[in-house]
Ligand binder design. Structure first.
Ligand code: RB5
Length: 154
């Protein structure tokens, strides 16, 4: 089995809106094929919905620690990333290529990956997920910087 997570098999919460339903299904299968448990909060079709309804669900699951990590996909990824970053302890990264995904893990310890289904293709999305899942946080000075989020001072 090609283990995309380098051993980390933590379950992932995933959500999307109508614009990203197809890509969400592809990413869900990609994760399941690696033996990763996926909690799919919807949406479950292409009927128009409001992205915050699904973004809020995944963000709350990560914010409360119920899930370590989540993936949110909408048309551009912008709305989902905005929704997610309003939740305490959530650090959502909107990524359109793998280098941002890698650095969002190494330097920002991102715990939600946001993507835009109208911005990138399936293969790029899978590679972003692959890199995002397997890259660990660098810690040290980067943790000190994260501790300053939400107006925190040294
Ligand atoms: C839906 O049309 C679109 O607005 C949504 O998917 C997302 O791109 C919002 O940021």
């Amino acid at each position: 089995m090609n283990d995309i997570t380098n051993g980390s098999q933590a379950p992932i919460a995933i959500g999307c809106d109508h614009a990203a339903y197809q890509l969400k299904e592809i990413i869900k299968k990609y994760l399941s094929d690696q033996g990763i448990d996926v909690e799919d909060v919807g949406t479950h079709g292409e009927e128009s919905v409001d992205y915050p309804d699904f973004g809020n669900k995944v963000s709350l699951m990560v914010s409360t620690g119920q899930y370590e990590r989540g993936i949110l996909i909408c048309g551009t990824g912008l709305g989902m990333s905005m929704v997610a970053n309003r939740f305490p302890h959530v650090r959502a990264a909107l990524c359109s290529e793998p280098f941002s995904a890698e650095m969002s893990r190494r330097h920002n310890n991102s715990n939600i990956l946001a993507m835009g289904a109208r911005m990138i293709g399936d293969i790029m999305a899978k590679e972003i997920v692959n890199v995002w899942l397997k890259t660990p946080f660098d810690g040290d000075r980067h943790q000190k910087r994260i501790d300053k989020f939400d107006g925190g001072q040294e």
